[in-house]
Design a protein around this ligand. Structure first.
Ligand code: GDP
Length: 477
């Protein structure tokens, strides 16, 4: 390396990735400094504006975060008053992210909520129960993002006033000090579909503490708001790398999770010429025939030269060690179920490939069903998301946030197996995503006045397109 070894470790790594703040103890979070040496495919550099925005956010977090004097003063004052006058300004405002659904859902909604916090100068705090303990490193130096245990109204979020646009302050000129904003998919959907509207954003600005529950990647709705347009343009030169940048900044795996990732990687993936990530998420496992899924996996991977086809002639006299052009490919399978990887492994063991490539198939875990409240289950899920992100090529399942997070962290446009398993023969079996961004499943349907139905997002917002895997969803491109 050209970096002189006498330089302090932290400074060296600042050169590797400027997203990382200085002021961390390296040993407390090895992944932050090692990820880029495992994965060279970080297609875009963060803009200098994003970097400066993060540095000033970190400063805000230190000044107003849980360990500060301001935090104690403000939160204790707010907890005693139910309302705040619209003319009154609070020196620090807060956004508390609360969990819903699986880990992928949580990561996409956290990244969106953090982006919103950046835009609104809110302090971003997360409520992690024991099932998320020790998954991630602290992202902000000299402080914590964890919601303090004694935070007012904790465990009673649903009893807080809910967000009602305009009605909140109305004539009285008062806004509640704490508001619970539910923007989960299927929970009324009014708030999430109107999130980008000016009235919503202005009403929300008056509320000092916002408790958000969401399972959605709602970042695209921030890009639809005229008030953030300029700021977002400066922050993200490439609009298809929003999660890629923010995700790497926020979600460094803890040392324990990084151990799971690197041990598996070194044992099974590191030496292969090519690493292929295969994410098989079957939402209705009992009712989807195994054969449908298997044939879709094979026709997708074989028609796009991701995996070789099998030589069925039984006459092959060529052996891999004789063929100098044959490659070794490692397939990393992430799935709750073991049967797809087992079939692939046995196929490539019992028969030769037409081009002499040798295929290894490896699956870290098969948990059978999605478990809630289980720390190790989430740790494995995180490890598999990161392992997928370290692959050279990704094949993913439609509508899965688990796959979305892997592809965006990995900087990869995945091959998406559209309507996985629905038919015996899917044509096409997969298509390559238009961008690496996650899909937002609950976009607005009408303009903010509620009059005109939105049919073409791209016409209104040049960086937003329909999703590849869900016709009514939208994504940044
Ligand atoms: P989505 O439901 O596919 O959008 O993804 P989520 O991550 O939100 O929820 C699915 C959850 O099921 C994950 O968080 C895991 O807990 C579990 N899960 C699903 N697929 C896998 C997998 O391939 N590997 C592991 N370890 N867990 C999985």
């Amino acid at each position: 390396s050209s970096i002189p070894s006498s330089k302090p470790v932290i400074e060296q790594h600042k050169l590797v990735d400027e997203l990382i703040a200085s002021g961390f103890v390296k040993e407390s979070c090895i992944s932050r400094y090692q990820y880029s040496s495992y994965h060279k495919n970080k297609p875009y550099k963060p803009s200098s504006y994003l970097i400066s925005k993060l540095r000033s956010y970190e400063e805000l977090h230190t000044r107003c975060g849980p360990q500060s004097l301001s935090y104690r003063k403000i939160i204790s004052k707010l907890s005693r008053t139910q309302h705040i006058h619209d003319t009154e300004t609070t020196p620090c405002k807060y956004l508390v992210w609360t969990p819903a659904n699986g880990l992928g859902n949580r990561m996409v909604s956290m990244a969106s909520a953090f982006l919103y916090s950046l835009l609104e100068n809110r302090v971003f705090l997360v409520e992690f129960e024991s099932d998320m303990d020790g998954l991630f490193c602290e992202p902000f130096p000299n402080s914590t993002w964890l919601l303090p245990k004694k935070f007012p109204h904790k465990n009673r979020w649903s009893q807080l006033p809910t967000f009602k646009n305009r009605a909140n302050s109305g004539e009285s000129g008062l806004s509640p000090s704490f508001v619970h904003l539910d923007i989960q998919h299927g929970h009324g959907d009014h708030n999430i579909r109107h999130f980008h509207c000016n009235d919503t954003l202005v009403s929300l600005q008056k509320i000092p503490v916002l408790i958000i529950i969401s399972d959605q990647y709602f970042a695209p709705s921030l890009f639809m708001s005229s008030s953030y347009k300029q700021e977002l343009n400066k922050m993200f030169l490439e609009k298809d790398a929003v999660f890629h940048q923010l995700g790497h900044y926020l979600f460094s795996p803890s040392n324990e999770a990084w151990g799971l990732i690197t041990r598996f990687y070194e044992a099974y993936l590191a030496k292969a010429d090519e690493k292929i990530g295969l994410q098989i998420r079957v939402f209705d496992h009992q009712h989807v025939p195994f054969q449908n899924i298997m044939s879709q996996i094979l026709s997708c991977t074989q028609s796009h030269n991701i995996l070789p086809s099998l030589d069925n002639t039984k006459k092959s006299l060529e052996f891999p060690w004789q063929n100098t052009t044959s490659k070794s490919k490692a397939v990393l399978v992430a799935s709750l179920y073991p049967e797809y990887a087992e079939r692939l492994r046995s196929m490539y063991w019992t028969r030769p490939t037409t081009n002499g490539d040798v295929i290894g198939v490896y699956q870290p875990s098969h948990e059978e069903y999605q478990k809630f409240g289980d720390n190790m289950h989430n740790m494995k899920a995180l490890a598999e998301i990161y392992l997928l992100s370290l692959c050279d090529v990704l094949v993913t399942s439609p509508q899965s946030t688990f796959g979305y997070v892997a592809q965006s962290l990995g900087g990869l446009r995945p091959w998406i197996m559209v309507s996985l398993g629905k038919n015996k023969h899917s044509d096409p079996p997969c298509k390559q995503g238009i961008s690496m961004e996650p899909c937002f499943h609950t976009p607005p349907q009408y303009d903010c006045k509620g009059k005109t139905r939105i049919t073409n997002f791209t016409k209104l917002y040049p960086h937003i397109n329909a999703c590849d895997d869900l016709w009514w969803g939208v994504k940044l491109v």
